[in-house]
Design a protein around this ligand. Structure first.
Ligand code: UTP
Length: 308
C-alpha cells in the first residue's frame, strides 16, 4: 500500500491560513475499543464488548468492513484489558483452517481468509487506563502520523449503502475538513451525546458549537454526534491540551470544540440506520433486524417472529 494519494491542488480557507488538501484518500482508521463495556456486564467481564455478535458477525468486524469500504487499509485498534480476542479475531489461525479443511468445510476457510484484504494491516495499541474517548484517540497518534483519519466506534452499528464512513470520505474529497456524523435525537436524550449547533441549511453544514452531554435545557440543538468521525491530525495537538471534562474523562468532543477555533468542522447527516449496540435494547434491535434479513436463517427467523 502506497502513501495517501494527494491531488496537487490546495485550497485556503478564507478565514484561516492553513492549507487544505483536496482529493485526499483516507487510508487510516482508528477503532477505540478500550472502554469497559459496563452496560453489558457480566458478559463483558472477561470478553470484549466489540466481539458481541450481530447474528454471526462481531461488531468489530462490521466496523472493519465499513472502514475498508471507505478506503482504509491501516487499521488501528486502541485496546485495553480483556480485549485480546479482537487481536485473535483478525489473526491467521492455521490450526482452525487445517481442521476446517480436513472436515471439508472449504467455504468457511474462504470466509475466514476473506476477512481482510492482503494490503490491509492491523496495529494494536494499549490505552493502559480508560481515561476517555479523547485519550484513546490521542493514544493512536504515533500510528496515525500526520494525515487525516477516520475514528469508528464499533458499538454504533450503522446500516447504510454505502457505509457511513464511505459517505464521509466522499464528502471530504470536496470539503477537506474534519467532520462528525450526526443524527437528530429526542430532546430528553441530549445528555447521552455530544450535541452540535450548526449553520443554517440542509446537508453537511459547518459546526458552530459542540458540547458533551448537555442537559436538555442547555443543549444547543437536538443534533447528536454518533460514532463516526473524520479528523485532521491537528486534533492530536488539541487533545494533548484537553483536560478532563464530562464524567471526569478526556472527551473527544472537547478536543473538537478546540479544533473548531482553528479549522472548519462539518456536521455530516449520514443516510442509514443506526443501532446503539452499546445498550442492551439497541443491541437486541440490531440482532432482530439483521436476523430477519440473514441469508441463511432470515426466512425461518421471520416465520418464528410471526408466530411469536
Ligand atoms: P462508551 O462509554 O460508549 O463505552 O465509549 P464503554 O465505556 O466501553 O461502555 P459502558 O458505557 O461502560 O457500557 C464509547 C467508545 O469509546 C471507547 C469505547 O471502547 C467505545 O468504543 N473508549 C471509551 C475507549 O476506547 N477508551 C475510553 O477510555 C473510553
Amino acid at each position: 500500500m502506497g502513501p495517501p494519494f494527494y491531488r496537487l491542488r490546495y485550497h485556503t480557507h478564507p478565514l484561516k491560513t492553513e492549507r487544505y488538501i483536496l482529493g485526499t484518500t483516507i487510508t487510516t482508521a482508528v477503532f477505540p475499543v478500550a472502554g469497559r463495556g459496563t452496560r453489558f456486564l457480566p458478559a463483558t467481564k472477561a470478553a470484549a464488548k466489540e466481539m458481541l455478535p450481530i447474528v454471526d458477525k462481531p461488531l468489530i468486524q462490521h466496523a472493519v468492513e465499513e472502514a475498508l469500504e471507505a478506503g482504509a487499509r491501516t487499521l488501528i485498534f486502541v485496546t485495553g484489558a480483556s480485549k485480546r480476542s479482537i487481536e485473535d479475531h483478525f489473526d491467521w489461525d492455521p490450526e482452525l483452517e487445517r481442521a476446517l479443511l480436513e472436515s471439508g468445510k472449504h467455504e468457511l476457510v474462504e470466509l475466514l481468509r476473506g476477512m481482510l484484504p492482503a494490503d490491509a494491516s492491523c496495529v494494536y495499541l494499549r490505552q493502559g487506563e480508560p481515561l476517555g474517548l479523547g485519550h484513546a484517540v490521542l493514544c493512536a497518534r504515533p500510528a496515525v502520523g500526520d494525515a487525516p483519519f477516520f475514528v469508528h466506534l464499533p458499538d454504533d452499528l450503522i446500516a447504510g449503502q454505502p457505509g457511513c464512513l464511505k459517505q464521509m470520505a466522499d464528502h471530504f474529497r470536496n470539503q477537506p475538513h474534519s467532520a462528525v456524523a450526526v443524527e437528530t435525537v429526542p430532546r430528553d436524550k441530549t445528555g447521552s451525546y455530544g450535541i452540535v449547533a450548526v449553520e443554517d441549511g440542509t446537508g453537511p453544514r459547518q459546526v458552530r458549537q459542540i458540547v458533551e452531554k448537555p442537559k436538555p435545557a442547555e443543549a444547543p440543538s437536538d443534533l447528536a454526534v454518533v460514532g463516526r468521525y473524520l479528523l485532521t491530525p491537528k486534533i492530536f495537538t488539541k487533545l494533548a491540551a484537553t483536560g478532563r471534562g464530562a464524567g471526569g474523562e478526556i472527551q473527544l468532543t472537547d478536543g473538537i470544540a478546540d479544533l473548531l477555533k482553528d479549522e472548519p468542522v462539518y456536521a455530516f447527516p449520514f443516510s442509514g440506520k443506526r443501532y446503539d449496540c452499546g445498550s442492551k435494547l439497541g443491541y437486541l434491535k440490531a440482532n432482530v433486524e439483521f436476523g430477519r434479513e440473514h441469508p441463511e436463517v432470515g426466512t425461518a427467523f421471520r416465520a418464528y417472529l410471526d408466530e411469536l
